[in-house]
Design a protein around this ligand. Structure first.
Ligand code: GLY
Length: 336
C-alpha cells in the first residue's frame, strides 16, 4: 500500500469507527458543546517538539512533503510552496490548480495566498493559466510592495518572475463542464469533498514558528469574475506567529462575511484552545446566518502546537502530520 492508499484507508476506517460510536452510544457527537470537551489538543503542558503540518481534507501526502521539507531545513514558505504545488499539479484534485473545475464560461481561474511567520503576506486572485498560484502568491509576498494582485495583473507579475503559461483545463474537467452545460448549467453551492477541497495548510517548524498557505480553483462553475475566501487574508487564512494560525475551506461567501480565520486567531489570543476557537467561530456563523446546508470547515494550530478543527456539516476531514504520526480525522461538526 503506498502512502496515499494508506491515508485513504485510515480516513475510511476512522469514518467507520466514528459512525459505529455514534450508533453504539447514540451520541450527538456533533453538538457544539460536546465538541468543546472532545479536545484535539496534542499537548497540554509541553510544546510539541519537531515540525507539524495541519491541512484541510485528505492531503496527507502534501503534509509529508511539507514535514520532510522542514526537516531538511527548508524555510516555512519554501515548505508550504513545495507541498501545495504538489496538490496544484495533480489533475485528480479538481478543486485546486491544474485540472480545477472551470467557471460558467469554461475558464479555470485560481486563488491562493500565503502568510509567513513575520506577518508578511502575498495573494493572487482570479489568476489564469498559471499552474502554481501558491508560488505566484509567494512571489507577491517577497517581491511586490502589494499584498494582492488580481487577474491579468497577477498573471503578468508571475510571468515577469519566471513562471510559465499552462492550459489549466484538464480533459476530465472539460468533460464535466460540458456535462454541466448539457444538464442546464445550474449553479450549486454544495461544498464538500466531492466537489470542493481547497487546500489550506498550516506549518509549525521545530523552532515553533508558524506560517500558512491556501490554494483553490473555487466553486465549480462559479460566475465569471468570482473570487472566494481563499486568497483573502483573515478569511481563507490568517497567521499571527505570537498566537497561532487558522485556515478555512468550504463556501467562501460565508467565510468572507465572517472573517472566520481572523476570528479563530483572535479567540486563541483571548485564551481559547484551537479546538474551542474553531467551534466558536463555526457557532458564530450558524448564529448569524442559520445556515443548514452549506459547508465551512476550519482548522487551527497554536504557538505550542495544539490543534483544532470544526465544521458546519459532517464530512469535513483534516490531515495532521508530525514526527510520529500521519492521521486523517473527521472534524466535529455542528449538524449531524
Ligand atoms: N473556499 C474556497 C472558495 O469558496 O473559493
Amino acid at each position: 500500500m503506498d502512502l496515499a492508499e494508506t491515508l485513504f484507508f485510515k480516513s475510511e476506517l476512522m469514518k467507520f469507527q466514528r459512525r459505529s460510536l455514534i450508533k453504539l452510544f447514540g451520541l450527538s457527537v456533533l453538538s457544539p458543546l460536546a465538541a468543546s470537551s472532545c479536545s484535539l489538543n496534542r499537548s497540554k503542558d509541553l510544546s510539541v517538539s519537531g515540525p507539524q503540518v495541519l491541512t484541510t481534507w485528505n492531503h496527507g501526502v502534501a503534509n509529508k512533503i511539507a514535514l520532510d521539507s522542514m526537516n531538511e531545513g527548508m524555510t516555512l514558505s519554501d515548505s508550504l510552496v513545495k507541498a501545495i504545488s504538489h496538490v496544484e499539479n495533480d489533475p485528480k484534485d479538481q478543486s485546486v490548480g491544474y485540472g480545477g473545475r472551470p467557471d460558467e464560461d469554461g475558464t479555470v481561474t485560481l486563488d491562493a495566498c500565503i502568510m509567513d511567520e513575520n506577518g508578511e503576506c502575498g495573494s493572487v486572485t482570479y489568476i489564469q493559466d498559471i499552474k502554481n498560484p501558491i508560488e505566484a502568491a509567494r512571489l507577491v509576498k517577497d517581491y511586490s510592495p502589494h499584498v494582492i494582485l488580481s487577474g491579468a495583473g497577477a498573471q503578468k507579475f508571475a510571468l515577469a518572475h519566471g513562471m510559465q503559461l499552462t492550459d489549466l483545463l484538464s480533459p476530465e474537467s472539460r468533460m464535466q463542464y460540458q456535462e454541466w452545460k448539457r444538464k442546464g448549467a445550474k449553479y450549486k453551492t454544495e461544498a464538500n469533498i466531492e466537489n470542493h477541497d481547497t487546500i489550506g495548510m498550516l506549518c509549525r517548524n521545530k523552532e515553533g514558528n508558524i506560517a500558512g498557505g491556501c490554494s483553490t480553483s473555487g466553486m465549480a462553475f462559479k460566475s465569471a469574475g468570482r473570487v472566494g475566501d481563499s486568497p483573502i487574508i483573515g478569511a481563507g487564512l490568517y497567521v499571527d506567529n505570537r498566537i497561532g494560525a487558522s485556515t478555512a475551506t468550504g463556501l467562501g461567501e460565508i467565510v468572507l462575511k465572517n472573517l472566520s480565520t481572523f476570528l479563530v486567531v483572535e479567540l486563541m489570543r483571548n485564551g481559547k484552545s484551537p479546538q474551542d476557537a474553531c467551534v466558536e467561530a463555526i457557532q458564530r456563523i450558524i448564529a448569524s446566518y442559520k445556515i443548514k446546508k452549506d459547508q465551512v470547515g476550519l482548522i487551527a494550530i497554536n504557538k505550542v502546537g495544539e490543534i483544532g478543527a470544526a465544521s458546519i456539516l459532517p464530512g469535513f476531514f483534516y490531515s495532521y502530520t508530525d514526527q510520529k504520526e500521519i492521521v486523517v480525522n473527521e472534524a466535529v461538526s455542528y449538524y449531524d
